[in-house]
Design a protein around this ligand. Sequence first.
Ligand SMILES: Nc1ncnc2c1ncn2[C@@H]1O[C@H](COP(=O)(O)OP(=O)(O)OP(=O)(O)O)[C@@H](O)[C@H]1O
Ligand SMILES: [Mg+2]
Length: 494
Amino acid sequence: MDKDYILEIEGLSKGFPGVQALDKVSFNVERGTIHALVGENGAGKSTLIKILAGIYRADAGNVTLNGQAIAFKTPHEARVAGISVVHQEMKLAEPLSVAENLFVGGILTGRGNLVDWKEMRRRAKEIIDNLGVEIDVRAPVDSLTVAKKQIVEVCRAVNMNCKLMIMDEPSATLTDRELEILFGIAKKLRGEGITIIYISHRLDEIFNLADNVTVLRDGLMVNTVPVRDVTKRRLISMMVGRELGLEYPKEAAQIGDVLLEVKNLVRNGVLHDISFNVRQGEVLGISGLVGSGRTELARAILGIDKIDSGEVYVRGKKKLYRSFREAIKDGLGLIPEDRKTQGLVQIFSVKRNICMVSLDKIIKKGIVSARLEQQYGEEYAKKLRIMTPSMNTQVQYLSGGNQQKVVVTKWMMQNSEILFMDEPTRGIDVGAKTEIYHLINDLVKQGKTVIMISSEMPEILGMCDRIVILHEGKMVGELMRDEATQERIMEKCV
Ligand SMILES: Nc1ncnc2c1ncn2[C@@H]1O[C@H](COP(=O)(O)OP(=O)(O)OP(=O)(O)O)[C@@H](O)[C@H]1O
Ligand SMILES: [Mg+2]
């Protein structure tokens, strides 16, 4: 029997200067299914969905939606035809209320062309209730958590009568519990006949959620298969085109003396009496739900945020960093969580971004050495497999994951003795994740110390020697590597 396809893609190609982002890609999407789209950073996933959503035009190829050829010139045309995208980066009008956001582009008017607020709120509440979540429709969107903002985006798509919903890495910033809610919503929508294209680097999700999966590699379609017919291992090898070693290649390093000690740290209303230490050569994990104070703890230690009481000792000496600059000078570093705003200068080249915080390495006699900059850029880009047409390309043209690799690289190159990594592998593909773990091994083998904040529990369990658990700004537990399990960590987070 012929399958019922909502979307048929044939020979789709799109090039950018220096890269063929999509090269004659063909696959079909069955109606009422969840269809995963996977591939390494820069494989072409976002480009493909931007074409479907009317943001980019394809160079060649045919796309049909419900059997009709389509080539949208604007996102509006795509929405009218029933295609909605839930972007990873929020597109919501932030200061507006939830209800207003659901109707952006189509405010309801009642008699006399007045805005019908009551009806808008009623409809908004109906949609939200139907998805089984609790969100106040009058709340301004910027007061919501990332997870709820995402749910509002989903609701807006539903309100616009969307038939094909595309989610580009929705999970990258969500906690496990929030993910479950999102998965529940996705499955419910599928039950109502909506088709979902789902992009993620977290492969476990694909197995939990999707019916079929398409693998892209370097702009080519490698395979489209039912999820039940593949193993995780097979999927990874299709994505990366080579065999990967261990997923978490943890190597034991020589663990030395205490390098950093935090005593009774308080930041009023945020951090409550936190005490812990880290040793030289150790990888310390900081675990906890989003909002538990993990990032805030790092920022307070590093002098980015003020502390109200408590002490920080580095190499046995009491320190009070008044700025992040001071902490950097003292050998501390941070790979920030919010890389969009804190990590990169979008219009600078890849190599300039990589070398930016380590200018001392490339400045000779007071001027920047172009040769050294190129050399360091290339060396590190190769280590993390950063996909870019050249070292001179502006980072804004790199795929999301490749931009993140640039930030990680930049801080790696700084040679910090104590490096905080806040969600270091978020949005980064499986192959490059492993590369980052190898770099962590290298760092600790050189006697450095890594403090890893991560929402990905397997990564914490796989790479850390010891795990500190935070909950609501308090330290609620500490586990050694050999006693830590996902359950034992979760137990402490409630
Ligand atoms: N506007 C653009 N200008 C130039 N090059 C671009 C542009 N958009 C994407 N590219 C390039 O096209 C290729 C595919 O990028 P795309 O964003 O589709 O990757 P992706 O699969 O979504 O990766 P990620 O997992 O990192 O998000 C990359 O090499 C990227 O640098
Ligand atoms: Mg992308």
